[in-house]
Design a protein around this ligand. Structure first.
Ligand code: ATP
Ligand code: MG
Ligand code: MG
Ligand code: MG
Length: 438
């Protein structure tokens, strides 16, 4: 993308409505704009980030056998009356009436709809397990929308739902999803720690929230620092094998990790002092098992081996895709701006032309840009160098390819790594190879 022709409206001033750093930086870097309370438009760079996050989430869902669907945002109230949640959900649900006086709602979540769709398509126990997910906008009329996209009213969520023939099989689905989540967050360049969460009337221990450590988080967190050092991408887990899943899950849950709601001082005392991590965290994902709650309430069953009715055991699994854009910034920024992990950055690199109009600079910049125009942002504006550097740091591109008249004569560029501030003077092709290989 050529910066001179793009809609990337950066702000020099700090917007007064933003209380936390990620919100300020998202506005300043031109990623989002608020259009109504808790409702945001995603501008070109922001949309690239959102899509990159969604794509990683999608790949890891697919890798554990979940199938993507797309359910609508608007749902019929009748569906929710069948589960009994239409009245129970309360004022967080946005209720709408159409011209024929039919009650609709903007979906805050999709348990009812997916259970209904499942019931229409699956008739026999032989077709289980089924895991379905979608990445779709949700609406929750939060009392206090705040912190930008972190607590919006309209927000993008990945929600998956599993249907299994038995409790044991549902536990396997839960564990597969735990693995998918750990891999997803690691690929997103953040450490999200799985913490025991409340299971409410369902009971048991199959509910985990994934939290990213940040001082602005809404929950207090206590966890064993070892959890941050584990490599889930390298972990060989055979997701088709119960023993392998069990080994993986026992390993993850052997480390202490809980939010303040579930914190247990006695268990905490067992964690070696130098490994105790205490602070605040942002919930970016939540997985839980709730058994036959919806299948029974909505009377959705499949035929068992003897033709008997079996109510499938369910779990649901959410990831806050739009919240993650903010949460990643909370975890990765400095005074100058955002520091995007390579995997989610809107552009791999910015090419900074220090002397637009100089034939040698322009030619070298064009060559660099042509190598990967879909991945590079080319700062071809005639602004001062200082302003270009400030914008590059603010927007947080992982690499900066800086082209000035002196270096350009020798086909050399200065390569800067945003995260470390390291600078290298390199022949243009070598710099390009380094950036593209990442
Ligand atoms: P919170 O405790 O922050 O209100 P929740 O527990 O109500 O979240 P879930 O129902 O577990 O949320 O939804 C799954 C995920 O959706 C959450 O883990 C979070 O990442 C995201 N999410 C929930 N509410 C919002 C919101 N208002 N804005 C942005 N993301 C949200
Ligand atoms: Mg909530
Ligand atoms: Mg919560
Ligand atoms: Mg939750």
């Amino acid at each position: 993308m050529r910066l001179s022709r793009s809609f990337l409206p950066t702000l020099k001033e700090t917007p007064s409505e933003a209380q936390i750093v990620s919100h300020r930086l998202m506005l300043r870097a031109g990623l989002i704009r608020q259009t109504a309370s808790g409702i945001y438009a995603w501008l070109p760079a922001g949309l690239r980030v959102l899509r990159n996050i969604a794509q990683i989430v999608r790949e890891e869902q697919d890798a554990v056998g979940a199938q993507e669907v797309l359910m609508p945002t608007l749902q019929s109230a009748d569906l929710w009356k069948r589960s009994g949640r239409y009245d129970a959900y309360g004022p967080e649900m946005l209720r709408i009436r159409d011209r024929h006086e039919r009650d609709l709602l903007y979906g805050p979540t999709n348990e009812e709809m997916i259970t209904d769709l499942f019931g229409q398509g699956v008739k026999s126990y032989k077709e289980l397990p089924q895991v379905l997910y979608h990445i779709q906008w949700k609406f929750r009329d939060e009392v206090r929308p705040r912190f930008g996209v972190m607590r919006g009213r309209e927000f993008l969520m990945k929600d998956a739902y599993s249907f299994d023939v038995s409790y044991e099989a549902a536990v396997d689905s839960y564990r597969r999803m735990m693995l998918a989540y750990l891999r997803t967050f690691q690929r997103l360049g953040v450490r999200a720690v799985p913490m025991v969460a409340d299971t409410g009337p369902i009971g048991g221990d199959l509910s985990h929230e994934f939290l990213i450590l940040a001082p602005t988080g809404e929950s207090g967190v206590f966890y064993d620092g070892e959890l941050e050092t584990l490599d889930w991408l390298g972990e060989p887990v055979d997701v088709a094998d119960r023993v392998s899943l069990d080994k993986f899950f026992s390993n993850v849950t052997s480390y202490y990790a809980a939010t303040d709601e579930k914190h247990d001082e006695d268990a905490w005392d067992q964690v070696p002092g130098d490994r105790r991590r205490e602070g605040r965290g942002i919930e970016v994902g939540h997985i839980f098992y709730f058994g036959t709650k919806y299948t029974k309430a909505m009377d959705i069953s499949v035929a068992g081996p003897e033709g008997e009715a079996i109510y499938p055991e369910m779990g649901s699994y959410g990831i806050g895709v739009s919240r993650l854009a903010g949460a990643i910034i909370e975890a990765s920024h400095d005074e100058a701006g955002i520091i995007w992990p390579d995997s989610v950055a809107p552009f791999k690199a910015v090419i900074i032309n220090l002397k637009v109009g100089d034939a040698t600079c322009d030619a070298l910049c064009e060559t660099l840009y042509a190598a990967a125009p879909e991945q590079f942002l080319y700062d071809d504006r005639t602004d001062r160098a200082g302003a270009k550097f400030a914008d590059a740091d603010l927007m947080g591109h992982p690499w900066q390819l800086i082209v000035g008249p002196r270096g350009a004569k020798e086909q050399k560029v200065e390569l800067k790594r945003r995260a470390t501030g390291e600078r290298f003077e390199l022949p243009a092709d070598e710099a390009l190879a380094r950036v593209i290989s990442r």
